[in-house]
Ligand binder design. Structure first.
Ligand SMILES: Nc1ncnc2c1ncn2[C@@H]1O[C@H](COP(=O)(O)OP(=O)(O)OP(=O)(O)O)[C@@H](O)[C@H]1O
Length: 636
């Protein structure tokens, strides 16, 4: 059991078996035709009739899941969506729904209508009455989708719930009692950990829910059954590089606060390569012999009564903060607290802290009160948590490149869904500049030209500091814009609602990079649709593709352009040789652009490989810890 649970070959074989079925064109077209046929019998059915239909399917689901059940479920979903929104589900949406109902990943291009595609698998899995989790990368998308789809499910007699941020356990418990529960991935993971802590036997890392001794009625979650994951590459891959850790938090002043402050002063005196060696990719620092001598010059520090770790570690923490962590990029300061920024979504984590004293080093560097270190109460990797579901499925516009990891880690096959209609997106040639300052000017100029034509423009930046730089450049051009970067008070939903209107200019961090649907008004559609500006290539190509996918959706017109400068993070940190060749050549020479593009793509592929290696290491560690704990428990 444990061996098969961890065996990548068994998982990949399982994925291949599913893939053979869902890749069969005949199977798909027969299912779609049968569902359409069956939905005709339900046309204009009353709510009572639809609820009765669901009731019949629930009985059938308990007896034996079958192809007929799938067809009847699809028919009910088609009809409920038709009655709720007065629209007809497209074939590609049904196709994606069937793929997910078969426990696989549907790769459907951005803007093709994934939100509605998820209704079919969620409805089908809910028929067993054991709860379905519809998991999104963040709370905004969870709430938006639950509000939008609640009437569709209600018409079918299926209840929905939403996991609110920082909700009381009793409120979350109620949300989990619904047939379909929406929420961000971290909320599900942390509720699982909360239940394990209440269980109190500390063995949760090895034994899953079966082992939990807490009565079901006292747990927040029901036993994990089915998960449908939106933006599945973000949830299961990008965010899986670090485990979910539930910790006890205290805002009290740390006993060793003064030591962190002194460490900052010492760190400022040390020189890179002379006193320490820094690895910018791993964000690690090691002291040289000369560094050690300088750090321990004052011998009293080695035996200071408040030390909770060796003195030189305080100094290396302070150096790491100084060298690698940037305000308004990696963290923000608000209410005299450090708040971490999620690099992949641009969101600000309200309740997370760095561990191992790093958070305290950042507080000291920012001259804030230094708080007590959090104590880790429970942890779980995302890989382990999601494997506890009896079935998982998901959807994304960017699964390409992750197929092997999906198969070997989660047993998931990936099925690309054909485009409904050819995209009308015009990719403008990349714009290359030497410096950031030149880039901001070029972006402001292009924005003004498009704004004068009335076209809406979305400028997607990689960090909060960058969004502020763009904002300054636009203000210098006398342009009015909406800023969405997580630190301002603007209501995210209303900014997104206006972003596609004629003449709108929106500057956003990755907050608007995934899942957001920017609707055009009729005039902006006539004028050529949304123009998306990518201010720099991200370290992962999938993040760029998602941002570009905010425009030209569902057959709409639109365009996009990527800006590149020698000072971009991807170049600075991961491919400095590109900066050298860029500075040597004429940046405006169009012949040099394809070469730079190729080099940047290689840098992105290398990053993807490096991250995959990190996740593999984490998985191995997790497996080893689990095996060790299991042996210890058996010996007891
Ligand atoms: N069957 C349909 N008929 C008409 N409009 C639809 C249909 N399905 C979806 N849409 C519309 O298409 C737009 C895009 O849908 P949606 O946001 O679900 O796309 P998506 O694939 O999730 O995009 P992303 O990959 O960016 O998350 C929405 O405005 C939605 O209302």
């Amino acid at each position: 059991m444990i061996a098969s649970f961890w065996n990548p070959t068994i998982r990949s074989t399982h994925a291949a078996k599913i893939a053979r079925r869902i890749r069969c064109d005949d199977w798909v077209s027969q299912r779609i035709a049968a569902a359409r046929e069956c939905s005709r019998a339900l046309k204009d059915a009353s709510v009572d009739a639809l609820v009765t239909h669901t009731h019949r399917l629930r009985i059938a689901a308990r007896e034996q899941p079958s192809e007929e059940l799938l067809t009847s479920a699809a028919a009910a979903v088609i009809e409920s969506i038709r009655q709720t929104f007065a629209i007809e589900l497209f074939d590609v949406q049904l196709h994606a729904g069937f793929v997910m109902a078969s426990d696989a990943v549907a790769e459907m291009q951005t803007g093709e209508g994934k939100t509605l595609s998820a209704v079919l698998p969620a409805y089908l899995k809910s028929l067993l009455g054991r709860g379905v989790h519809v998991i999104t990368p963040n709370s905004y998308l969870a709430q938006r989708d639950q509000e939008k789809l609640e009437p569709v499910f209600a018409r079918l007699g299926v209840t929905t719930g939403i996991l609110a941020d920082q909700a009381d356990p009793s409120v979350s418990r109620k949300a989990y009692q619904a047939d379909v529960t929406y929420g961000p991935a971290h909320a599900f993971g942390f509720d699982y950990l909360r239940d394990q802590i209440s269980n109190g036997d500390g063995s949760f890392a090895v034994y899953d829910r079966i082992q939990n001794k807490l009565p079901l009625s006292d747990r927040i979650q029901r036993p994990l059954h089915a998960a449908i994951i939106d933006e599945i590459d973000n949830v299961l891959i990008d965010d899986a590089v670090s485990p979910m850790i539930l910790s006890s938090r205290s805002d009290q002043q740390a006993a060793d606060a003064e030591l962190h402050r002194i460490a900052c002063v010492v760190a400022n005196r040390l020189e890179c390569d002379r006193h320490y060696v820094a690895d910018a990719l791993e964000r690690t620092v090691s002291l040289t012999e000369s560094g050690f001598q300088t750090v321990y010059k004052n011998r009293d520090m080695a035996v200071h009564p408040q030390l909770v770790r060796p003195w030189h570690e305080y100094v290396t923490l302070a150096i790491r903060i100084k060298a690698f962590y940037r305000r308004d990029v990696d963290y923000v300061v608000s209410d005299r607290k450090i708040r971490i920024v999620d690099a992949s979504t641009g969101r600000i984590f309200e309740d997370r802290t760095w561990s191992g004293g790093l958070h305290q080093a950042a507080e000291a560097a920012e001259r804030l009160p230094v708080t007590t270190e959090t104590r880790s109460l429970a942890r779980i990797t995302r890989q382990r948590y999601f494997r506890y579901y009896q079935s998982i499925a998901g959807m994304t516009g960017t699964a390409r490149g992750c197929e092997r990891e999906f198969a070997s880690v989660y047993g998931l096959a990936v099925q690309p869904i054909p485009l409904r209609i050819a995209t009308r997106r015009v990719m403008q040639p990349d714009c290359v500049t030497r410096t950031m300052a030149e880039k901001w000017q070029a972006i402001a100029k292009e924005t003004r030209q498009l704004h004068e034509l009335g076209r809406p423009v979305l400028i997607g930046t990689s960090a909060i500091s960058e969004s502020k730089a763009v904002a300054d450049a636009l203000e210098n051009q006398g342009l009015t814009f909406a800023l969405l970067n997580g630190v301002q008070d603007a209501d995210e939903a209303s900014v997104i609602r206006r972003a596609g209107q004629t003449g709108a200019i929106t500057v956003a961090t990755n907050l608007a990079g995934r899942g957001t649907d920017i609707a055009l008004d009729s005039v902006s559609r006539e004028l050529g649709g949304l123009h998306v500006i990518v201010t720099q290539r991200s370290r992962l190509a999938r993040v760029d593709r998602q941002l570009i996918g905010r425009g030209a959706r569902c057959g709409d017109p639109g365009s996009a352009r990527i800006y590149i400068s020698a000072e971009d993070d991807l170049i600075r940190l991961h491919a400095p040789w590109i900066a050298r060749s860029l500075l040597r050549s004429d940046a405006s020479d169009p012949h040099s652009v394809p070469k730079i593009q190729r080099q940047l793509k290689t840098a992105q592929t290398n990053q993807q490989r490096r991250d995959a290696g990190l996740r593999l290491r984490l998985l191995k560690q997790d497996h080893e810890t689990a095996t060790l704990l299991r042996r210890q428990t058996q010996r007891r």
